[in-house]
Design a protein around this ligand. Sequence first.
Ligand code: ADE
Length: 318
Amino acid sequence: EWAERGAAKIIQESINPETGQKMRHVVKKGIKDFKFGEMLGDGAYSTVMLATSNDSGKKYAVKVLNKEYLIRQKKVKYVNIEKLALQRLNNSRSIIRLFFTFQDEASLYFLLEYAPNGDLLSLMKKFGSLNEECCCYYGAQIIDAIKFMHSKGIIHRDIKPENILLDKDMKVKITDFGTAKILDNKPPGTSYDLLTRSKSFVGTAEYVSPELLNDNYTDARSDIWAFGCIVFQMIAGKPPFKATNEYLTFQKVMKVQYAFTAGFPTVVRDLVKRILIKAPEQRLTIEAIEKHHFFRSKNFQDSSIWNDPAPEIQPYKI
Ligand code: ADE
């Protein structure tokens, strides 16, 4: 059933030379249509590889999921969530696109947009940290991407630098929706109740919100918490809550125990302080973040944050 609903259907039209009638053939894409290349990423349940279309030469990132493993580990639900979330968010400049899905005996395949500049974690590791201009450039796109997902009723729940990919122009593309919360579809023009609390799981220790650890509940404001952690990390070069093991990291998160690194710029400090607040209702909202002084050079009403060229990457220096 997954195959039938998910299969990429390319409809080719041709003219029958005998009758002159138009004919339609359904041609399904399959692995035979792609050349597989280098490994791009590796997750607990999937492997992402470069794939090149034999027809067009276009490059994709193909996420390969082993069916037997998914069934054994009871993760089939998450694959369906990822597909549904990507389909609802399709055609957005800030979200990785899903082009085709198909399967064979052993695996499920997601043909995703390829982001040739890797992820934000690798970028930060390479440069150690990012200066205020870079932090502002990537931060503006990340918060705009979160705003878009939330407007479509999708809460990501595992926002972290590894899930923030960079396209050929160094523009942000969010990926990995396997742990997303998909709110019931609403007609256009109506808004989603993003404060509906949902029972949750633990994403990644360093970016997990205190409400999840304390009450086992999350809502859209948990994505904002993760955003605050990422802004801190871009400047400091390390996440605000980090310890030798997960348990100790959780302790720090629950107590909101973190310290700014020496010379951490005042304006970014102010922003982070207003986001990394234990009570979700006291945290800055997306609208308030966009109006914060740190983003004063950014106009979120037009497309400029997506059209402006990327700044030269430089680490933060005091
Ligand atoms: N790693 C994981 N997903 C990727 C993608 N879509 N593009 C490039 N690298 C990736």
